[in-house]
Ligand binder design. Structure first.
Ligand code: GDP
Ligand code: MG
Length: 440
């Protein structure tokens, strides 16, 4: 989708003015791209009409390229289509009950554990309930996940009545001071009457404050149809879009909200426990437009960063005092953040470049080795390695000590120098940006 949209918007790129003709052209292509990404035709038409109106209604600001303006308009409209603002989980009642619904394989069990983990981290007592009584492995799966996060599971292996299990679980939760109960249920491969009846009965019996419809974002237009069917029977309170990793198709996210008029509350971004994110329509819109989720990147970084460390680094960066120790600590922080490729793909313009790139796990190994072989003085004072006065023999010593070559050391020193230049530039740019911000 992103590529298509980008292509569509290229019509505008380089133009100095937004005219009726080039807007009409761009908008037509945007519509085509949306439809191809499984966005319902009527919705795609509506949104592109609005984009057109907005684009033509804009006075061109000095210093803003029409292309950028157009992207902003499309982005805003996409975000609006997906609800405009993030929608929070509403946990009310004691215990607060969250019911999961969705087809088999959509990611209910995985998401139940992810959510439980998140809520637990907020300091609340969570209970997971295994109501999938049809597959013997289902209880085991939930238990295995729960063990990882240290959350209790309520299950009754001998009982094949999910309604009774859910009710008993609530009693158990009350008796055991649980604040939040997450009920994982069974799904079928397709919407069927039996499954709908069952989940409806569970809903009636336990009166959940949240009913989350979990759906695999890779299923495209089917996801929308399934959402419709579930919503008609359950009147759910929110949507969880899973498997939004790897795949670029955002069609489901774009259509579901508009079709069922329920907010998307979370996204699943990997099969791992921490692969859960609150759904931000504006970020999703930006991501769809392939402009990178910079805010998301920063947030992820912040989670992994020791806050003090981040603050210290920031200060040094602002003062152009970045040294090898900081470089090393940054590498270590990046490693903590997990999959580098995922992170890089959040940087604007990177995702396309990263598609075919394979970053090995130990990408930083030799860099680290080189820095470890520097003396504390050299780490603090990169100038010692950069030029003149015996810097050559220092680099030779470091190469020997780190088991690398002199070329590698030279390359790193050079890279570091470049980075310092870039940081300097960014600092200067940010200052200009602040001034500009006051104008707009
Ligand atoms: P359920 O049948 O609805 O309970 O679905 P499961 O939770 O068992 O998930 C089905 C499969 O999808 C499992 O292999 C999960 O590991 C995987 N899965 C779930 N959520 C995600 C996600 O956000 N990203 C990825 N990549 N895989 C996921
Ligand atoms: Mg399951």
């Amino acid at each position: 989708l992103s590529e298509r949209l980008e292509g569509a918007l290229k019509v505008i790129k380089g133009k100095h003015k937004i005219t009726e003709i080039n807007v009409a052209e761009a908008v037509k292509d945007v519509r085509k791209a949306l439809v191809e990404a499984d966005v319902n035709y009527k919705i795609a038409k509506e949104i592109t009409e609005r984009i057109k109106e907005k684009a033509l209604g804009q006075k061109i600001l000095i210093a803003v390229e029409p292309y950028q303006l157009m992207i902003k308009i499309v982005e805003d409209e996409l975000a609006q289509l997906m609800g405009g603002q993030k929608a929070d989980l509403m946990l009310t009642g004691s215990p607060a009950v969250v019911l999961m619904a969705g087809l088999q394989g959509s990611g209910k069990t995985t998401f139940s554990a992810k959510l439980a983990n998140q809520i637990k981290r907020q300091g609340r007592q969570v209970l997971l309930v295994a109501c999938d009584v049809y597959r013997p492995a289902a209880i085991e799966q939930l238990k295995t996940l729960a063990l990882q996060i240290g959350v209790d599971v309520y299950s009754e292996p001998e009982n094949n009545n999910p309604v009774a299990i859910a009710q008993n679980a609530i009693q158990y939760a009350k008796a055991n001071h649980k604040n939040v109960v997450i009920v994982d249920t069974a799904g079928r491969l397709a919407v069927d009457e039996e499954m709908m009846n069952e989940i409806e009965k569970i809903k009636k019996a336990i009166n959940p404050c949240e009913i989350l419809f979990v759906v695999d974002s890779m299923t495209g237009q089917d996801a929308v149809n399934t959402a419709k069917a579930f919503n008609e029977r359950l009147d759910f309170t929110g949507v969880v879009l899973t498997k939004l990793d790897g795949d670029t198709r955002g069609g489901a996210a774009l259509s579901i909200r508009a079709v069922v008029e329920k907010p998307i509350k979370f996204i699943g971004t990997s099969e791992k426990i921490d692969g859960i994110d609150v759904f931000h329509p504006d970020r999703m819109a930006r991501r769809i437009l392939n402009m990178g989720d910079v805010v998301g990147l920063v947030e992820k970084a912040q989670q992994a960063f020791d806050e003090k460390e981040a603050e210290r680094l920031n200060k040094k960066l602002r003062q152009n005092q970045f040294d090898f120790n900081d470089f090393l600590s940054q590498i270590q922080q990046i490693k903590k953040m997990g999959n580098i490729k995922d992170l890089m793909s959040m940087v604007p313009g990177m995702s396309k470049m990263m598609k075919d790139v394979d970053i090995p796990e130990d990408a930083f190994k030799s860099t680290e080795a080189i820095i470890f072989s520097m003396t504390p003085k050299e780490r603090e004072n990169p100038q010692l390695l950069i030029s003149g006065n015996g810097s050559g023999s220092r680099r030779k010593r470091i190469a020997l000590g780190s088991g690398t070559s002199i070329q590698e050391v030279n390359a790193l020193v050079k890279q570091f120098e470049e980075m310092r230049k870039v940081i300097k530039k960014i600092n200067a740019m940010q200052n200009t940006g602040k001034k500009l911000g006051k104008i707009f």
